[in-house]
Design a protein around this ligand. Structure first.
Ligand SMILES: C[S@@+](CC[C@H](N)C(=O)[O-])C[C@H]1O[C@@H](n2cnc3c(N)ncnc32)[C@H](O)[C@@H]1O
Length: 251
C-alpha cells in the first residue's frame, strides 16, 4: 500500500502549508486568464486545488493514481471529473486551457525522462496560449535540507515520523516515513514503513525542457514567497505558456 493510501484521510491536516501555497498558485494561474476554462490537475490529491478552481468557474479534471486520495477529492469537489491514472501513462488526457501540478507531485516522477514526457504531452493537450503551472522542490532542498529532516506528527488515529535518509543520492532524495495507524473499527494499530523518493533538476534544465516542449514564456519564482528565486529557495513555482493566438481568452 502506498503512503498516500495510508494517509489520505489525514493528508489535509498533515500538509496544511501545502494547501495554503496551492491557493496562492491558483490565484497566480487564474490571473493570467480573462475567462475561466478547463484545467487538468495532475496529482490532484484530496482535491483542494480542484475545488478552488471549480469555485472560480473552471471545469476541472483531477488525475491521481491513489484511490484513497481520489475518494477524498470526490467528496471535496463533487463538481469535478476525476481519473484514477498514472501521470506517466495517461491514456487519453483531455484538452485543456491550464495544466497544474502542485504539492511537488512532479518531484515524485523519478524515472528518466518523466519530466520531459510530462511537459511534452502537456504542451500537446493545451490550447494556444495555454498555461502549465507547477511547483517543485529544489536540488538545494534535497541536497542540504532533506538529509537532516525530522518531523513528528500526532493526529487522532495516526502518528507519523518523517526522517531524511542521509545516505540517499541527492538527485534521488528520500524521506523515510514510519507510521502507526489505527483501524477505526477494531481500534487496533498497525505500524508501517514507507520511503518517498524524489528527484529534482536545476532550474535551467527545467526551463530548457519546457522550451523544447513548445512553451515560450517561462518564468519561475521562489515557491514560498513568490519573489525572485534565490540560492536558498527550497521550492520553485513555475508558470509556462504556449504561444498565443488572437482570441484565446488570455491577457
Ligand atoms: C504531495 S501530494 C500533492 C497533492 C496535491 N496536488 C496538493 O497540492 O495537495 C502528491 C500526489 O500525487 C500523486 N501521485 C504521485 N505520483 C503520481 C503519478 N505518477 N501518477 C498519478 N498520481 C501521482 C499521489 O498519489 C498524491 O496524491
Amino acid at each position: 500500500m502506498s503512503l498516500y493510501e495510508r494517509i489520505a484521510e489525514d493528508y489535509d491536516e498533515l500538509q496544511a502549508a501545502a494547501l495554503v501555497r496551492a491557493a496562492r498558485y491558483v490565484s497566480e494561474l487564474t490571473r493570467v486568464f480573462d475567462a475561466a476554462g478547463h484545467t487538468v490537475d495532475l496529482g490532484c490529491g484530496t482535491g483542494h486545488t480542484c475545488r478552488l478552481l471549480h469555485d472560480s468557474g473552471w471545469t476541472v479534471t483531477g488525475v491521481d493514481r491513489s484511490a484513497a486520495m481520489l475518494a477524498q477529492a470526490r467528496r471535496r469537489a463533487p463538481g469535478c471529473d476525476f481519473l484514477q491514472e498514472d501521470i506517466e501513462n495517461l491514456a487519453a488526457p483531455p484538452t485543456a486551457d491550464g495544466v497544474v501540478c502542485f504539492g511537488d507531485t512532479l518531484n515524485h516522477l523519478v524515472s528518466d525522462g518523466a519530466w520531459q514526457r510530462t511537459f511534452g504531452w502537456a504542451g500537446e493537450i493545451l490550447a494556444d496560449g495555454g498555461v502549465l503551472a507547477f511547483d517543485v522542490v529544489t536540488p538545494h532542498d534535497h541536497r542540504d535540507v532533506w538529509p537532516h529532516w525530522l518531523e513528528v506528527s500526532e493526529l487522532s488515529g495516526l502518528s507519523l515520523i518523517v526522517r531524511g535518509d542521509p545516505s540517499s543520492n541527492p538527485r534521488r532524495a528520500r524521506l523515510l516515513h514510519t507510521g502507526f495507524v489505527e483501524d477505526r473499527s477494531s481500534g487496533l494499530w498497525t505500524r508501517f514503513e514507507e520511503a518517498v523518493e524524489h528527484v529534482s533538476h536545476d532550474a535551467e534544465t527545467v526551463v530548457a525542457w519546457l522550451s523544447e516542449a513548445g512553451f515560450e514564456e517561462v518564468s519561475y519564482r521562489d515557491g514560498d514567497t513568490l519573489e525572485d528565486a534565490t540560492p536558498e529557495s527550497t521550492r520553485w513555482f513555475f508558470l509556462a505558456r504556449l504561444p498565443r493566438k488572437a482570441g484565446t481568452g488570455l491577457k
